[in-house]
Design a protein around this ligand. Structure first.
Ligand code: 3HC
Length: 313
């Protein structure tokens, strides 16, 4: 088959909503975009364990500790699914992790903000996982088979993440004045960084147009951001909390919440590595990687021994 035939067959599959599988021919650009996006997604899951992990030993009850422990463990598993999905594209996990640890690879900006209070664990579950769900539910329909299947599996766990976070805030908002103030302070600090998770405006997005034509992305950054705001404003009202945006207003004719302008200077500073926690996150990841070396070596030695046993049998 000529390159033209191969491209034509690829285009027909995308058009017909047939998943692209690892053994299928695919344009280099499609492969490159997927490796970029899936690896950043995987890095986000693993780095995202850090702000929450700091609160496991400080959770206010055994029940809260158990739920947070389960969530953080889930995020680690999500990272592994996604690294495995990326490896089907011909890149090694070691390579991807090296790029993260040397500061070359991106992960979601949101994880460079500090979790300063127990209410932040609620805000992270409610807002960060809530935003991630908006995006990941859409990615269940992505055109690349392994990524779509990883998303279907991951989405099953995300709603628990979001629900446990929202319930933490509901408890605080029904508690003392100090507890409610803690919840409001947390919303004030996490609201705008959560909107930034969806990426730049569509007009500024480098990859969206191509990713949408390859059906990697099924909705644009702004569409997902708007869906998140529309879903989240009523939830904040139910909590009795105020969204920190004086420009927030309901537009009856469009049926959407209008909201103020995001501080894109802050966003790009965080993406470039100048956020509050960027250096700390990388330091923690490097330390965890070094401290975990013996586990990897033991697992590899065991696998080698098994392989040798099978060869001589
Ligand atoms: N943080 C860091 N970088 C970001 C970003 C963010 N929030 N949003 C965009 N960027 C980067 C992009 O990576 C791209 O840079 P690159 O070319 O060097 O990769 C640049 O900004 C331009 O952005 P685009 O909109 O053109 O990039 P994309 O088309 O890739 O769209 C995205 C960005 C919507 C985040 C998309 O990559 C995506 O859907 N990724 C998969 C989902 C994901 O990674 N979510 C992160 C959170 S995961 C999570 O929260 C786990 C949960 O369990 C807690």
């Amino acid at each position: 088959m000529t390159l033209v035939d191969l491209q034509k067959r690829f285009d027909e599959k995308i058009e017909a909503e047939v998943k692209i599988e690892p053994k299928d021919w695919m344009p280099d650009g499609y492969r490159k975009t997927l490796i970029r996006q899936i690896s950043q997604h995987a890095h986000s899951e693993v780095v995202g364990m850090l702000p929450e992990g700091n609160w496991i030993t400080r959770a206010p009850s055994l029940r809260r500790k158990a739920a947070l422990l389960a969530k953080v463990q889930d995020e680690g598993g999500h990272g592994l699914y996604l690294y495995a999905a990326a490896e089907t594209l011909g890149v090694s996990r070691e390579e991807l992790i090296d790029e993260l640890l040397c500061g070359k690879a991106k992960y979601s900006s949101i994880f460079n903000y500090p979790a300063l209070s127990w209410a932040d664990i609620g805000a992270i579950g409610w807002l960060v996982d809530g935003a991630a769900i908006m995006n990941q539910v859409m990615l269940q329909r992505t055109s690349y088979g392994p990524y779509s299947r990883a998303m279907i599996r991951i989405c099953k766990e995300e709603s628990f993440h979001q629900r446990q976070g929202y319930e933490i805030l509901l408890t605080l908002c029904r508690g003392s004045d100090e507890q409610k103030a803690m919840a409001q302070d947390s919303l004030n600090r996490w609201w705008w960084p959560s909107l930034m998770m969806f990426g730049p405006h569509d007009s500024e997005s480098t990859h969206s147009e191509q990713s949408m034509s390859w059906k990697i992305k099924r909705k644009s950054n702004d569409e997902l951001r708007q869906a998140f705001v529309d879903a989240t404003v009523p939830q904040a009202r139910y909590l009795g909390l105020t969204i920190p945006d004086p420009d927030l207003k309901w537009n009856e004719s469009t049926g959407h919440w209008e909201f103020g302008e995001i501080d894109w200077e802050e966003f790009w500073q965080v993406v470039k590595g100048n956020g509050i926690c960027n250096r700390q996150r990388l330091k923690d990841r490097i330390r965890a990687h070094e401290e975990g070396a013996w586990v990897r070596e033991a697992a590899m030695a065991h696998a080698e021994k098994q392989r040798h046993r099978r060869d001589v049998a």
